[in-house]
Structure formats: C-alpha cells, structure tokens
Design a protein around this ligand. Sequence first.
Ligand SMILES: [Zn+2]
Length: 473
Amino acid sequence: MSWELIVGLETHIELSTNTKIFCQCTTEFGGKPNTHCCPVCIGLPGTLPKLNMNVVKYAVKAGLATNCNINNISKMDRKNYMYPDLPKAYQITQYDRPLCEGGYITLSSGKKINITRIHIEEDAGKLVHEKGNIFIDYNRGGIPLIEVVSEPDIRSIDEALEYIENLRLIMKYIGVSDVKMQEGSLRCDVNISVRKVGEKEFGTRTEIKNMNSLNFISKAIDYEFKRQIKILEDGGEINQETRKYNSDLKITESMRGKEDVDDYRYFRDPDLVTILISDGEIDRIKHELPELPHVKFQRFIKDYNLPYADVELLIKYKKVAEYFEEACKNVGNNKMVANFMLGQIFRYLSTEEEKDNCNIPIPPYYLNELIKLIEKKKITYNMAKNTLEKMLETGESVKNIISEKDMVIIDEGALKILCEKALLENNEAVKSYLNGKEKALKSIIGYIMKETNGKADAKLASKIIKKLLAGIN
Ligand SMILES: [Zn+2]
C-alpha cells in the first residue's frame, strides 16, 4: 500500500517597513553587528514597545491579497522561551486573536491551499557561529514579521514549492516585503507527516525549522518523507519533534522534542493596547492593492494571446510586465515584443535583482518604435536585433542608431540578383551544399548579409537560394 505525503507550511516574511515593529531602529539588512539596535529592541528592563502602525497596514494588505478575513479586533501576546537570540526571554507575537484568518492561495491546477491565519510578530536576533565561538547580532531583533500558516493541504513537493513561489510573488507585487530568501526575509518551517493512502487521520508530524532555499526545502521534504515511511514500515513510531536540515549530509536531524503550546505560557502583552481596525480602513487598504499576479496572468493570456510559459516569465517581475505592456501599445505582433523581452533583454538583465528592478537602459517606447519599424517592413528582423543590441549598450533611440536611408529593406528583385551573384562568388559553399552539406547555405547567406550591411531579409534570401540551387541540380 502506498503512502501519502502531508505538508503544512509556516512562512515567516520580513516586512519592508522603514523601522522595526516596536521602536524607531532601521530595518535595513546587514550593517555592523548590533548597530541597528536600541534599548527597546535589545529588551532592556523599563523600556516600552510602541506598535508601528505600518506593520499592521502591511499585514492587512498581505491578508487581503491572500483572501483572508481581517479581524477588526486583535491583540499582541507574549510567547515565553529562553534562548540567547531573544534577550527579553519572550517574543511578542499574536496568539488567539491574529490579524488575519481563513484565506487561501490557488495553485495552477486550480487546487486551493488554505491559509489558517496570518499574524504579526517580532523577529529574533541572529546567532553567528565563528571559530568555535558564538556571537549574537541583534540587528534582526525587532524586525517586523508576518507568519503565514497554511493548513496541511499540501500533498507533494511540487505543490509545496508552487505555494511558496505564489506566496512570494504576491508579497512582492503588493510591496510589503523584498522576499529575498537568501537574505532570510522569507523562511519556512515545514510540517511533515505521512499516512497510508485512503486514511483519514493525520500521522504524527515533525517540523523542519528555518528553511530559506527552495532547493533545500525540496530535498528536506523528500528525505523526511522517506525517513518516516521507513520507521513506520519497520514497526516504529514517529516522534513529534523539531528537526533541522543538514545541507552537507542532505539529511534532517533531530534538534529537540516539539514543545506543546502550553510550554510557551502565552499571555497577553500588558504593554500593548488592543489593535482596532475599522471596516472603512480595511476597504481603503483593499483599494490600494495592485492587480495581483494571478489576475495579471489571466489578463495577459487573454489580451496578448501569448503562450503560458511566456506569460509566466513576464509576470514574474511586476515592472517587467508593466514595461512589456507599454512596449506593446498599438503593435500587431505581441509575440515579437515578448520574444525581444525574454530573449535579448532578459540576457541583458542577467540577475534576478536587475529583472526585479527592470534595469533596462531604454524606455519602453524605444522598443515599441523598433517593433513598428519591422511591422512596416522598414527594417528586417535581423537588423532590429542588432539595433536593439546597440540600444541596450548606448541607451540611444532607434533613429540615433539607424538613419532613415538605412531603413530600407532590399526588395525581392534586387535580392534575387544578389543571390545569383552570391552563388557565382561562393563556388566551394555551393559544391558542399549540393553534396548534401546543408550548413554550407549559411556561409552563402552570410555573404549576402555582408554585402547588404544586414539589410537583406535572411529568410527570403535562403528561400531564393534554395530555389536557384534546385534549378542547377
Ligand atoms: Zn530598536
């Protein structure tokens, strides 16, 4: 009998507010250790936290964008535990009255992964292990987080990864986080259990803490799935525990027995007042939301009639998608715009960050002009490609790169004469072609392109030459 994988995810996302959740310290990543700190965020006695209302606003945005209900009344609680990354010995978080509840994210299959809740909390400091010593950097302490808790609805590694990627893209679109996994601004705790296919009850679960790479998440789930099945098939029992992924050995290892909720002795933080949000305020935030990625995806498919794969790549970067729309204005061939964007321009924007920021040195209407010149048959596709290359290098417009008189495509009659000449001048290539070496055609076309400074239509030239050679044969 086969086994079924059950996964639920707790995703911690750092919010990109300017200041921390309970003090005025900067949230900027990095910096010298312990320089983004003050008495409040290092938890000195006698200090008082004051809730940053932008954190609430960002979290409400995140809730609305993932179809959650927003609670008009919520509050902050203390979660007590002793660990050096948390000098107060408690974390301020939300326990039984979170800000958002009952949302979902839809996967490409149409399946909904339900979201139990989204709450706000403070991040802890970071332990740095160096040369046998442990140092503590509190710069991260007090950075605002949302924790997005999913239901155990995920049944495969692919679903887990798609859920995270969708969540990540939504947060990026609504601008509440930079969601850089490598910098830890999106981290997942993965809850895993297994059960026999057809069973209703969930098995005992383990939790793999603090994963910030999709690759590791995928490997950790795979390892843990097999580990649990082996224990059960050997007649053993799964320990409810917290584990961590060891990326060197590619295994999960036990960290500690899983704490029960009771162990944390949650209670309301007496230093912080109740959070009240009116329906009017929620509506106002709703109206500020941009078009969300899945809506844009459907619209692009409908409006631009492009393949799914192209649209997926274009909408992955919000600013790139906006650039594409500008470049498409009054163009007949949207697919050609997409090809230029996903080909040459994406090669130019080599890093994810450059794509995120859409660091294209020319404005979209330059690309629009270029495409229209191809459509008006003033330049060839190849000429456009070369011109775009120069535009990306220099930031100049089409007209500064090709002059009016160069914008003339060699007509078919002239091209035919040129092709005849090319065959006479390239005896060797002609012989090879006639002996079955198709590749030889390329050097003949190359000759024509050189003679015309690239103004010949290469496809048409190839057609004419094939015809001429067929005649000789
Ligand atoms: Zn501070």
